[in-house]
Design a protein around this ligand. Structure first.
Ligand code: ZN
Ligand code: ZN
Length: 306
């Protein structure tokens, strides 16, 4: 068993290129894999490896002044949770599609601890709206009870969703959440600068920290993650349904037809019936050798989101 850490920090980085080179050599030395994005606005990463490597990595990070207060989140996972190491310099460390100098986390909503979040939801204020800021395929298998699913395919669609639904948030308390908290830092700012909501909140540490504290709380189902685990089970509720037969199910797979590679929920019976493809068409292409078969069973979704 290995360990995975998820972290981010919005902090001014004057030389992202130098930090990128340092991060790359550090991860290579420790044989860590995963994805780290660095920009003038900060750092966003998720890496996995042996327990010892993760411990060394965190120690090195804490020795760097800009990163010493990073809130590292940990979970157990296979040692090979990521196929590759990717360390890149990006304009935005989360791809919202808005110039990072024009919309910053300082403009974002108030941070609530897991306990404050739990108490707020439990008190059931009439004007409370819970808004999931994640993509549709993440929301499909787990979300907070009563949360609104904006049904976006990518985080870049989030600003338009807010723009199109401003009246929904007028004079409301809006609580936003995402996987580890990073997306909400600027997603809450998108709404807050519109000056329609009464209050805008974000969960400190996202679903990850909330579920650590309240595994049987208001978050139901699975937390989607961007590594080989695909999702971590928080409790027994199953929110998803099979893409083929619609029965209640929440494990993702990828279509065996490499050209299709659709990421979809499929129950064991449908996987067997269609030979792990998403449709009779894909199955036919695979059976007749008219297409390549994807190499590994499940493809990890690469994302700039976590
Ligand atoms: Zn099915
Ligand atoms: Zn397919």
């Amino acid at each position: 068993m290995g360990k995975i850490t998820l972290f981010y920090k919005y902090v001014q980085i004057s030389d992202p290129q130098a930090v990128m080179l340092w991060q790359r050599s550090l991860c290579e030395k420790l044989e860590l894999k995963g994805r780290i994005l660095i920009g003038f606005e900060g750092i966003n990463g998720t890496v996995g490896g042996s327990e010892r490597s993760i411990r060394c990595y965190v120690r090195e990070m804490k020795g760097y002044p800009a990163f010493k207060n990073i809130d590292f989140k940990f979970s157990l996972g296979p040692t090979e949770s990521f196929p590759k190491l990717k360390v890149k310099v990006k304009n935005e460390i989360v791809n919202l599609g808005i110039d990072p100098t024009l919309l910053t986390p300082e403009q974002g909503g108030k941070h609530l601890s897991p306990t404050q979040t739990h108490e707020l939801i439990a008190s059931k204020p009439e004007d409370l709206i819970i808004l999931d800021t994640r993509n549709d395929f993440e929301v499909a298998i787990g979300k907070f009870e009563g949360a609104i699913d904006p049904k976006i395919a990518t985080f870049r669609d989030f600003p338009k969703y807010i723009e199109d639904h401003l009246e929904l948030f007028r004079d409301k308390q809006v609580l936003m959440y995402c996987t580890g908290g990073i997306r909400c830092e600027r997603a809450t700012a998108v709404l807050k600068v519109k000056n329609v909501a009464k209050e805008v909140y974000q969960i400190k540490g996202g679903i990850h920290r909330y579920a650590e504290n309240y595994p049987n709380g208001f978050f139901r189902g699975k937390n989607y993650v961007f590594d080989a685990r695909i999702a971590t089970k928080i409790n027994d509720d199953i929110l998803g349904s099979c893409y083929i037969c619609d029965q209640s199910y929440d494990d993702y797979t990828n279509c065996l037809n490499a050209k299709c590679n659709r990421h979809y929920i499929a129950c064991p019976q449908c996987i067997q019936k269609l030979g792990n493809t998403c449709s009779p068409t894909c199955q036919q292409l695979v059976l007749t050798g008219q297409t390549n078969i994807r190499p590994e069973r499940v493809t990890v979704r690469h994302s700039n989101l976590l």
